[in-house]
Design a protein around this ligand. Structure first.
Ligand code: SAH
Length: 474
């Protein structure tokens, strides 16, 4: 280890910044954030300092540096563009054993400043010891995405309960309690900005910790249409905390692979005809697992609240008093549309978009056809493959032209994505001849034409197939 990482308390301590440029202003801002009393030494100041001077936050000494200036400071940062001056500052400070940092010159420094992720009071510092500040910054950016924005508020909340919890629990129990709290629904309340509710819930948990120590919970997580890059940060976080995952057929393998390795995996998929597990059973399975004290991720394709029966599952959980959360996912319409190059709305062609289920019930589709067959509207059919004949026929019967463009997107957002385009007259034939398989989304509307205009096929890296209008059978 080339450096000792420490966190320095500079609150109300005198700090000196030598230099008056933009870099000096950035370092000044950093020192101020940590509560330092900053003096800036420089013959002239950049306008970036205006606000600090106006509000009296920073003292300015309009002078050139001389060695005696370092006396009495807790830290010194040299940020001038004059190398000789920077060297002088470093030498003078080191002679008096005042910690000194010279910007971008690790060799002159007695301390270096790491890249930080600031979730105060939680701070993550990353340093390459000056070897590669860019690498440190890249790593910092990755950490930034991993650490929920609310971690600071969470740390503050937990800090205010520390003494209470210490008094109430023995050490081993205390650790389990905090592990549960910090990864459980109370933490998630903080992350979604409901700090007051979280405080209340935490007080309850301290007063009656049975549920926290032994209870389970269910996360209804939208896994998106297939590409794992489309998961939300929250979905990924909860997937990595799961004790057990109950997943659908629609959840792609790459998404499933991101679930914590040790988690038990239960398939509750629904094939079109043969329901693997009836919905009732799934509801009860979730309840049973949670009552066993497990953290259950109920992973669904797309978004749980769009044709995902999420509403029914949470109703059961609510009845049973099981804590749960719903995490939205990118729904198939959004994912498929953008990966296929079809904007769902467009100023000139479509002012509304409707998501409809094309699921057949008793061989028919009971939809509000007049409302669907409107001009300047995009219709997205989920589960429409089996009913393709009916839906094309009905849309035409209710006034849409047979030449209305339409697209089939099979396994959208996945490397195997296929896009077939045609119109309402040709679509059934394309399905029957093209061996189109589920999951497939159907988009009907003028916007489908834009795909050709955008020449998406040429520019897209996807292995997508654009079928010409299907040949006439004659
Ligand atoms: N909750 C899901 C939808 C479930 S209904 C969501 O929000 O996306 C199942 C239907 O979604 C499928 O029949 C298909 O029409 C559509 N679908 C889901 N994922 C898809 C994908 N990757 N490509 C094409 N269609 C998809």
């Amino acid at each position: 280890m080339d450096f000792l990482p420490i966190l320095l308390d500079i609150r109300a301590q005198p700090c000196l910044v030598v230099g008056g440029g933009e870099v000096a202003a950035r370092k000044t801002a950093l020192l101020l954030r940590a509560g330092g009393r900053v003096t800036v030494l420089s013959p002239a100041l950049n306008s970036a300092f205006d606000e600090y001077l106006a509000t009296g936050k920073v003292a300015h000494r309009a002078a050139s540096f001389s060695a005696g200036d370092v006396t009495g400071y807790a830290v010194i940062i040299a940020a001038t563009d004059d190398n000789a001056v920077n060297r002088e500052v470093a030498a003078a400070a080191k002679a008096q054993r005042v910690p000194v940092n010279v910007v971008d010159q690790p060799a002159l420094c007695s301390f270096i400043l790491p890249s930080i992720v600031d979730r105060s009071p939680l701070i993550v510092a990353v340093s390459s010891g000056g070897a590669s500040p860019v690498l440190a910054r890249l790593l910092r950016a990755r950490l930034e995405t991993l650490i929920p924005a609310g971690y600071g508020r969470l740390a503050a909340l937990v800090g205010s309960f520390r003494n209470q919890v210490k008094a109430r629990f023995k050490p081993a129990e205390r650790r389990r309690f905090w592990e549960r709290i910090l990864q459980g629904p109370i933490a998630e309340l903080v992350f979604s900005g409901r700090d007051q509710d979280a405080r209340q819930a935490l007080q309850q948990a301290v007063d009656d910790p049975r549920l926290t120590l032994h209870g389970g919970e269910v996360y209804l997580v939208g896994g998106g249409p297939g590409d794992p890059d489309l998961l939300t940060f929250r979905a990924l976080r909860l997937m990595q905390q799961a004790d057990v995952v109950v997943y659908d057929r629609l959840v792609s393998q790459p998404v499933l692979d991101l679930v914590r390795l040790e988690a038990e995996r239960i398939y509750a998929g629904k094939e079109r005809a043969s329901h693997t597990l009836p919905q009732e059973d799934i509801n009860h399975l979730l309840v049973r697992l949670a009552k066993e004290g497990k953290r259950v991720v109920r992973l669904k394709g797309g978004d749980p609240f769009i044709f995902g029966r999420g509403g029914e599952e949470i109703a059961t959980l609510m009845n049973e008093g099981i804590p749960f959360q719903v995490v939205p996912g990118i729904t198939a319409a959004g994912g498929c549309a953008s990966y296929a190059g079809i904007p769902l709305t467009h100023r000139d062609y479509s002012q509304s978009v409707v998501f409809v289920t094309g699921h057949l019930q008793d061989g028919t589709m009971n939809l509000n056809w007049p409302a669907l067959a409107q001009p300047r509207q995009t219709i997205v059919f989920y589960m429409g493959l089996l009913g393709i004949d009916i839906l094309c026929r009905e849309l035409i019967a209710h006034g849409l032209p047979a030449t209305m463009p339409a697209a089939l997107i099979q396994q959208g957002t996945m490397p195997q994505q296929r896009v077939l385009t045609g119109d309402l007259a040709t679509l059934p034939r394309i399905v029957h001849q093209g061996q189109v398989k589920a999951p497939t989304l159907i988009i009907v509307g003028e916007v489908v034409r834009l795909r050709d205009q955008l020449n998406w096929f040429e520019s897209s890296a996807q292995d997508s197939v654009t079928a010409a209008r299907a040949p006439d059978p004659a």
